[in-house]
Write a protein of this length. Structure first.
Length: 428
């Protein structure tokens, strides 16, 4: 129980601050990642005797079986291509290593009840607001601190027709993490408001802060996917005359508020995001990304690729870029190049099955804000890979969120069963 109480918060803390360590102590560099990975590995084996798998976990059995097949196929790259053991380990770390966070996180979450999880989410939101405000103050120039800047290996700005706009990272090392972090926080608060399950006393203020930070991250894919999630939620949500009117009012007020808020921080970014050409640009990049994927699909082997060559850390491989004979951009075409067609297709099936199973679970407990928000987050993660990003955008955080979904589902299912049994007893 000591491991449950102290080691998991340490891992979560390391996941959040690893980028901060890389920026404040540049000499450490990628060793900051290795330190976190070592802690995760040690905690996993320390807790091994205490892991328990309940019967309800079997609902995800097929997903993990296909995921294991993807791992098995990745081994072919060691036999059928020039992939060395170092490259393979980089690929293994990106695609498979962080799955051990699921049992570690679940082992911690299973000591919590519904109120305990709500308290945990509430604390996470307050931490998130602090991190997000640091990003806003950074963009405004109020805080000009080195630990809030992007790592030197990453572009600090991006040019566009409207001019140059800047990326915001807060304590993270790259804008993708700041963006997906705020997308997660925004979706949690948004879902709680829609479900009328208040998390904090400042839900609407927090929602505004997270929305602004999604935009100022500079990752336009995050803005576009968040917008699509809101549209999707509205489409499937049970509508009344009152809810439709409120949605129309929000649709009018929110863009104006966000535009003037972002314009005060980065006028160029505000012009780009709120331009009438935004949807046209999004459609163009979507077609472009799908075209790259289809081109990659036609040029890869079925069973193997250069596994690990597209993973973080592979830049140190001599002659790496000589291997690429065609353009790749998104995560899924990177996976084709790294693993081959069969492994990529199975990984896609794995994702789709996971979303379908979780959506079926959510349909039984539609009013729970957390189950809903986690599904929306996973949809964003899944689609994000079409344009850019690493595996699951930020794999350690995403696997942690998966464990939280399972524990939440387990508690609600158990409490529902007890309520049903008690009602039958009362009738008898």
């Amino acid at each position: 129980m000591l491991a449950n109480r102290y080691f998991f918060p340490l891992i979560f803390f390391l996941i959040l601050i690893e980028g901060l360590v890389r920026k404040t102590i540049p000499s450490i560099g990628t060793q900051a990642f290795l330190l976190k990975d070592l802690v995760i590995l040690i905690v996993f084996f320390l807790q091994l005797p205490f892991y328990k798998i309940s019967n309800s976990f079997k609902v995800f059995g097929a997903v993990f079986f296909i995921y294991f097949l993807v791992f098995f196929i990745s081994l072919f790259s060691l036999i059928l291509s020039d992939t060395g053991i170092y490259l393979y380990l980089l690929g293994f770390r990106e695609y498979f290593f962080y799955v051990i966070i699921i049992p570690i996180a679940y082992n911690y979450f299973r000591i919590l009840d519904l109120d305990g999880i709500n308290q945990l989410v509430r604390k996470f939101l307050y931490i998130g607001v602090f991190i997000s405000l640091l990003g806003i103050f950074q963009s405004l120039g109020i805080l000009e601190l080195d630990f809030l800047k992007i790592i030197k290996e990453y572009h600090q700005e991006h040019s566009s027709i409207a001019g140059v706009f800047y990326f915001t990272v807060s304590i993270f090392d790259v804008p993708e993490k700041f963006a997906i972090f705020n997308v997660l926080l925004f979706i949690i608060v948004y879902s709680s408001i829609r479900s009328k399950q208040q998390i904090t006393n400042h839900d609407y203020l927090f929602l505004a802060i997270f929305a602004i930070c999604i935009i100022i991250s500079g990752r336009r894919v995050a803005v576009f996917l968040t917008f699509l999630i809101i549209l999707y939620d509205f489409a499937i949500y049970k509508k009344t005359t009152k809810s439709v009117m409120l949605s129309i009012i929000a649709l009018i007020i929110s863009p104006l508020f966000l535009y003037f808020s972002v314009a005060s921080i980065d006028p160029v970014l505000a012009e780009i995001i709120f331009s009438s050409n935004t949807l046209e640009d999004a459609w163009y990049y979507l077609n472009w990304s799908i075209g790259l994927f289809l081109n990659a699909f036609q040029n890869v082997d079925v069973l193997s690729g250069y596994f690990g060559i597209t993973s973080p850390g592979s830049d140190f491989i001599e002659g790496k870029y000589d291997i690429f004979t065609y353009e790749i951009e998104g995560f899924w075409d990177k996976t084709l190049f790294a693993m081959g067609a069969l492994g990529t297709v199975l990984l896609l099936i794995c994702f789709v099955m996971l979303l379908v199973i979780m959506s079926l679970i959510r349909s039984k407990f539609r009013q729970d804000y957390l189950l809903t928000s986690i599904i929306y987050y996973l949809i964003v993660v899944f689609v994000w890979g079409i344009k850019s990003g690493n595996f699951l955008v930020w794999a350690p955080l995403t696997f942690l969120i998966l464990a939280l979904f399972y524990r939440r589902y387990e508690i609600i299912k158990l409490s529902t069963s007890k309520h049903f049994l008690n009602s039958r007893t009362n009738v008898i």
